[in-house]
Design a binder for this molecule. Structure first.
Ligand code: 5GP
Ligand code: MG
Ligand code: MG
Length: 176
């Protein structure tokens, strides 16, 4: 395992409190309908699992996987869909659940791909947002935390597949 956590950016308590707030907001906004949550693998697994447990509206969850970083800390320009949804989303109120929006490329491509399937609505909930790194503009309806341009790990986010298990979000020094 490479890399060292040099700083705690968000504690487990801070994250849990914010996730509960996001859940409450989503319950309110979708109270007259039902939700189709799309968990973007793999980084969003922990966030999605915690978020949906705050939902009291009828909700279904499916998973989808798009390529982004590979093993390192640099994003690539081309985004591939590695695993698609199992079901048709036409007429559904779809909420994409994402761990972090960085350049915006992954989400932009995913939104393009899903919007042509005619969902009734299509929105994004991202735990983290790094706006200073944006290359492609994306509309995020629900944001957990806006953070600086630092490579973060924990609470689902990985470095070389490690660190997803941490209950907090930390800053990683890849050479540490
Ligand atoms: P984007 O296409 O917006 O550049 O990248 C989105 C994906 O890259 C995220 O869903 C996440 O998997 C990964 N990513 C972006 N920034 C970070 C970061 O600071 N830490 C980790 N672990 N992954 C990141
Ligand atoms: Mg992601
Ligand atoms: Mg990753």
């Amino acid at each position: 395992m490479r890399g060292k956590v040099t700083e705690t950016l968000l504690t487990a308590d801070q994250i849990q409190k914010r996730v509960a707030e996001l859940g409450a907001q989503i319950n309110e906004d979708y109270k007259d309908t039902e939700l189709f949550g799309v968990c973007l693998l793999k980084g969003s697994i922990i966030f999605c699992a915690d978020l949906v447990r705050h939902l009291t509206i009828p909700v279904r969850v499916d998973v989808m996987r798009a390529s982004s970083y590979g093993g390192g800390t640099e994003s690539s320009g081309s985004v591939k869909i590695l695993q698609d949804l199992d079901v048709d989303i036409s007429g559904k109120d779809v909420l994409i659940i994402e761990d972090i929006v960085d350049t915006g490329r992954t989400l932009h491509r995913t939104l393009e791909l899903l919007s042509v399937r005619h969902p009734s609505s299509l929105k994004v909930c991202s735990l983290l947002d790094k706006p200073s790194r944006r290359v492609v503009d994306v509309d995020i309806a629900y944001t957990g935390f806006t953070i600086e341009d630092k490579f973060v790990i924990g609470y689902g986010l990985d470095y070389d597949e490690y660190f997803r298990n941490l209950p907090y979000i930390g800053v990683l020094d890849p050479n540490g």
